[in-house]
Design a protein. Structure first.
Length: 301
């Protein structure tokens, strides 16, 4: 142990002497060799200065990462929980938008089929439905107490929503047969083409003088007011009791989508627009529960 201690003492003595040696740092002009500056240094001073600079740099880096947005770019550092919550929120929003988009596409496709006549007749629907099920063969399922309470809450919510809207709408409540509803004739004139669902003619064509106003058959909301290639300027109105009316081949549309109209209120002007029209007339369609019905049975033109 003694030889090692002697070596260490000798090394430490030489190191102390080296640290105490003084040096001069001179800055000279390279062209004139004129002395610009002169500084007296020791190895100890250089070491202290270098250590101080490193500590300051490290402090500035840590501060910048901890208290500025730079931390987001450092792998493994940052607000992991907050970022995860943001990703989950964005994922839920994307899922919701996808569902809304799918519902909108289905709705648009159904409206397109109605406009172009690509629908099933009542006979075709009955054939696909299969054998008829008699009500006597069905057994009533008892409702649980929780289900009864839920139904009451939903009914109260619907009543509250209607009361808050407060719109002056004369919609008939419940499922009322068409025979018990009053329809105002959209136009008075001669019927040139009758209701022929087997030939995909789901309405009636009514002839009337030029510039005749087309009127709404019932109170309702305009859900379609636009131009199509086959039917020209077309108006679609959603009424109560799952009833829809269409007014096609008009020359001018007087109402926009989202408007509320009363029965007998003018919505368009008779015309001859669309590729399926060969003269001025109104093509009027009456739909109930998604199926076309003969308007002549309920309206006197």
């Amino acid at each position: 142990m003694a030889p090692n201690e002697d070596k260490f003492k000798a090394w430490w003595k030489r190191t102390k002497q080296n640290l105490q040696h003084t040096y001069r740092f001179i800055i000279m002009n390279n062209e004139t060799f004129e002395e610009v500056g002169s500084y007296r240094l020791t190895l100890l001073n250089v070491y202290v200065a270098a250590s101080t600079i490193l500590v300051l740099v490290a402090f500035l880096v840590v501060t910048a990462i901890a208290f500025t947005p730079l931390r987001q770019y450092v792998p493994g550092y940052g607000e992991g929980d907050k970022a995860r919550r943001q990703v989950e929120k964005l994922y839920d929003e994307v899922q919701s938008l996808e569902q809304q988009l799918a519902a909108q596409r289905a709705y648009s496709e159904n409206i397109r089929k109605v406009l172009v006549g690509d629908v099933e007749t009542a006979e075709q629907a009955e054939q696909k439905a299969g054998p008829e099920v008699h009500m006597d063969s069905l057994q009533e399922v008892e409702r649980s107490e929780a289900e009864e309470q839920l139904r009451e809450e939903l009914e109260l919510k619907e009543i509250g929503d209607v009361a808050r809207r407060g719109r002056p709408i004369n919609f008939s409540p419940g499922d009322v047969p068409l025979e018990q509803l009053f329809f105002s004739p959209p136009v008075t004139g001669e019927i040139s083409a009758a209701f022929m669902p087997d030939k995909k003619h789901y309405g009636v064509d009514v002839l009337a003088p030029k510039n005749t106003a087309i009127k709404s058959a019932m109170d309702g909301f305009i859900f379609f007011s636009d131009w199509t290639l086959e039917t020209g300027n077309t108006i679609g109105i959603q009424h109560s009791n799952n009833t829809i009316t269409f007014y096609k081949h008009n020359s001018v549309l007087l109402k926009e989508e989202g408007s509320f109209v009363k029965a007998g209120e003018a919505v368009a002007i008779i015309g001859n627009t669309g590729t399926l029209s060969d003269g001025p007339h109104l093509h009027f369609e009456l739909w109930h529960k998604g199926k076309p019905v003969d308007p002549v049975e309920y309206i006197k033109f």
